[in-house]
Design a protein around this ligand. Structure first.
Ligand SMILES: Nc1ncnc2c1ncn2[C@@H]1O[C@H](COP(=O)(O)OP(=O)(O)OP(=O)(O)O)[C@@H](O)[C@H]1O
Ligand SMILES: [Mg+2]
Length: 209
């Protein structure tokens, strides 16, 4: 049983995109819970759109905010093989609660200097969480990478300096992700972009191995 928390204090980095893909891929083989921990409720919107589609295997989706992500999430997640929390942006009670609940924190980050600068406060929050949740594993996922350039170098250096565990897979900026999530689906179900599907399969393999 693994509880994943997809976290970053920065907005628009791909938390919801990552969380719905991970939860739906996990749900194809095991009972999976998707906790929407963001008051903006983007994952819940995705789940609502999904109900109007034919897609069969879905995670069970629920909304929790603030401390309830830990207190209620703990009991709820025990009924599932896997749980994925889409934690809201900003340094919130919900973000901290998600980091206490999780076994694995996945931090999607963009490749820019701004993304690196914005990580400092998140890393402090992660350090505090580890004092209470000593077994928490932290995995950084480079997302929205421009496939035409190789300008992830500085970010990779920064992450190394912080001794952060960077996943090998990089998720590129691809229209398929935006389209799929906007339709209550994942890239596999849209089926149009082989590269996106391969990225998500490799991501799943890396975080579950
Ligand atoms: N790999 C990608 N390729 C193209 N578009 C992407 C990708 N990842 C995310 N997006 C798009 O970027 C926007 C932000 O993504 P997403 O909602 O997943 O981020 P978030 O971190 O959850 O944002 P928020 O902080 O608002 O919750 C969305 O419009 C989404 O469709
Ligand atoms: Mg989001």
């Amino acid at each position: 049983m693994t509880i994943f928390a997809v976290v970053n204090t920065k907005g628009g980095v791909g938390k919801t995109t990552t969380a719905v893909h991970l939860a739906t891929m996990l749900a194809t083989s095991n009972k999976t819970l998707l906790i929407d921990g963001d008051p903006q409720a983007s994952a819940a919107s995705w789940a609502a759109w999904r109900r109007d589609t034919e897609h069969e295997t879905s995670p069970t989706t629920t909304c929790l905010t603030g401390k309830a992500i830990f207190s209620e999430g703990k009991g709820l997640s025990s009924g599932f093989v896997h749980t994925v929390v889409d934690a809201g942006g900003r340094d919130s009670a919900g973000l901290r609660a998600a980091l206490l609940l999780a076994n694995v924190a996945i931090i999607p980050v963009g490749a820019s200097n701004l993304d690196a600068a914005a990580m400092t406060d998140l890393l402090e929050i992660v350090e505090i969480a580890k004092e209470y949740n000593a077994d928490l594993k932290v995995r950084v996922l480079l997302t929205r990478v421009d496939p035409r350039t190789k300008d992830t170098g500085e970010m990779v250096e920064f992450l190394k300096e912080q001794n952060l565990n960077l996943l090998n897979i990089r998720v590129c900026e691809r229209v398929a992700y935006r389209r799929a999530v906007g339709e209550g689906a994942i890239v596999h179900e849209i089926g149009k972009d082989r590269h996106a599907i391969d990225e998500m399969d490799a991501f799943l393999a890396e975080v579950t191995k």
